[in-house]
Design a protein around this ligand. Structure first.
Ligand SMILES: [Fe+2]
Ligand SMILES: [Fe+2]
Length: 268
């Protein structure tokens, strides 16, 4: 079976890019489950119920979040939706859940777990300790486990890949918005990719409009986030899985340019 995962959806160009690219990718890979990181889906910061619904209608089965999980307070009423996951190592009193077990098209159980790194990231509990605990719990239900490791630095993501090698199907990174080219199957059978990259405007600073993003670095002053415009780049990966063992057979990166008009508009 195939599992399809897409990196951080950034604003309307990211959503529109995914919407246009997804039908052909679904036809090509016929995935059992489609998981999408949606932490930047609402104008680059956070998620709203309306946009979550838009992503589900496109074909996403599960949405993961990250450090921008709660940027839009509108998301709070839907944090109990089992299809929506925030990092599992947020303190337990934070709304929502960090993992779930879903049923793929063929009826197989597939677990999804999100963890968040701690280097240059918000304060959270230890992702390695929580990850170990969560994985042993999920493995009682299914050996097919997708892990979204939302982190800033490569070493922390790599360490998580090795830490969970042989215990999960895949450890793939999100958050940096730039796809890395280090996809591999680790010796224990876990597919690994440091960052799958983002689905968002191609001519941008990790999704943000170029002029205001550069100005922030020229002045050091906060600039209101503006979403870039124009063509989208849609980044993700597909992992082929031995459904009996849960081990990965292959991992392939996806990176597609989707032509878009510059006047898509964006809700504030
Ligand atoms: Fe992000
Ligand atoms: Fe992030």
């Amino acid at each position: 079976m195939n599992l399809l995962f897409f990196g951080d959806i950034f604003g309307k160009p990211g959503r529109e890019g995914l919407k246009r690219a997804l039908p052909a990718l679904l036809e090509k890979y016929k995935p059992e489950l489609v998981v999408v990181n949606a932490e930047n889906a609402a104008h680059g910061k956070g998620l709203t119920p309306k946009i979550a619904q838009e992503l589900f209608e496109m074909g996403a089965h599960v949405l993961t979040l990250g450090n921008h999980s709660f940027d839009k307070k509108d998301v709070l009423p839907i944090m109990n939706d089992p299809r929506l996951l925030r990092p599992a190592n947020y303190p337990s009193r934070v709304p929502g859940k960090g993992s779930g077990i879903y049923t793929g098209k063929s009826g197989k159980k597939i677990a999804v777990l999100q963890l968040m790194g701690r280097v240059y990231m918000p304060l959270t509990d230890c992702p390695f300790t929580i990850g170990t605990h969560e994985v042993s719990r999920l493995r009682q239900e299914t050996p097919i486990i997708l892990v979204d490791m939302h982190a800033e630095i490569t070493a922390e993501k790599s360490a998580m890949g090795w830490h969970l090698d042989g215990l999960v199907t895949m450890v793939v990174g999100t958050h940096t918005h730039v796809q890395t080219a280090d996809e591999r199957i680790l010796p224990g059978g876990t597919a690994y990719l440091t960052d799958v990259g983002c689905c968002g405007p191609y001519n941008s600073v990790i999704g943000g409009e170029i002029k205001s993003s550069v100005e922030r670095f020229l002045t050091g002053l906060h600039q209101r986030l503006q979403v870039g415009t124009g063509d989208a780049r849609v980044c993700g990966c597909v992992v082929s899985v031995n459904e009996e063992t849960g081990k990965a057979l292959s991992i392939e990166r996806i990176m597609e340019i989707v032509p878009l008009p510059t006047n898509l508009g964006e809700e504030k």
